[in-house]
Design a protein around this ligand. Sequence first.
Ligand SMILES: *Cc1c(COP(=O)(O)O)cnc(C)c1O
Length: 476
Amino acid sequence: MNVEEFAYWAHRLVDWMAEYFKNVEQYPVKSQVKPGDILRQLPDSPPEKGEPFQQIMDDFERIIIPGITHWQHPRFFAYFNANNSFPSVLAEMLTATLGAQCMIWQTSPAATELEEQVMRWLAGMIGLPPEFDGVIQDTASTATLCSLLTAREKYTDYAINHSGFYGKPRFTIYCSTEAHSSIEKDVKIAGFGRENLRKIPVDDSFAMIPEELEKQIQKDMRDGYTPLAVIVAIGTTGSTAIDPLRAIGEISKKYNLWVHVDAAYAGTALVLPELRWMIDGIEYVDTFVFNPHKWMFTNFDCSAYFVRDKEALIQTFEIMPEYLKTPEDQRVNNYRDWGIQLGRRFRALKLWFVIRSFGVRGIQQKVRQHIQWAQELAEEIDRHPEFERLAPVPLATVCFRFKPAGIEDEETLTQYNSELLNRLNNSGKVFLTHTKLNGRYTIRFVVGQTQVEKRHVQEGWQLILETAEAIKKERM
Ligand SMILES: *Cc1c(COP(=O)(O)O)cnc(C)c1O
């Protein structure tokens, strides 16, 4: 392919992209293929000779598209959204074109300095105090791992980096029973051992009970452990429960614990001043992560990681091989030392495009609408005699189940609801996922796609009602 052909195809693809966005509602939200359907269509070996791009593009449409779940479909109500937006996609085109690897300042000064400034903007947008420095990570899982490693090193005076865990205290880490699975994974990777992760009970709203945290800390100390860090969930994945940060922070201060906030989903909602109560107690926080790639209309991946003590972060990850030394090292940020990867994508560009194109007010308006429509859906569910809401709705995620009159048995209710979810998802018209809350099979309805409108939420609810009614008729 030469540059003229590239230009020809680039234009064709932009047309394809615009058509896709216009017609995305025509696709089944969840891919309807069976395991192996795509693999079977792919040749066993790569082509010896280059193929015409037309043919590659035809296969993309014929083979790949049917195997895509359409995350940018406005009736995608599953998991948490992984959104893009027009400015974000345009930025990704430029990022791919520049193809810069942004590991240190001199490998693209603009990437480093834009990241520094955009992260400062972002901190202000979500109400973090100015002491925090930010760096973009790929995912919240990685950011939480960075946090745990930094806690480990800071508390041992960087001794584990130097000589390993041998002869060191047995550290314990704390989170709630509703905290994200990535925390357990990170605890394993960081070498603490899964059995030293304490999962603290939650209250009726699925938020951590601070008194239970303190009790567990005291017990661990009596048993010869060294409590090290607590991960506070602001917006759990199951039901978006908000752990009480201030109460947990006070306990952490008393026992000298490191505090990391996992606000992967809910962090974006902090653009709304009326929701800043969620970070009341931020003065106790050492590190904080949220994902603009979830609710802030920025292509995956883009995770915003903020730290109070950037020197501790850098000291944990710093490496200085001769071939990476530059004359500017003392005056600039070299983000290779702010996390695990050496090589880094130019991620700040898409965030810059998104924030400038929407404006803070544009982002606030969308998030506010999503929350509003989710609250309205929650009210519909509360009004309906055969549906039951299973968790509070502080943000834009509604947890509920179908509960036909006269059916109390948990197992039967699970059958009804998993049947309901399967039929909804197989219809191609919506995509929802489930969780368990208090042992109950729970359907989650997340209102958060960039292009979602009120009518999509209403269509989703209507489809739920019709499908539930059909199941009831068949079974009774
Ligand atoms: C989505 C989510 C994560 C994991 O996010 P990744 O960026 O995919 O690692 C972690 N914690 C919470 C609360 C989440 O909702």
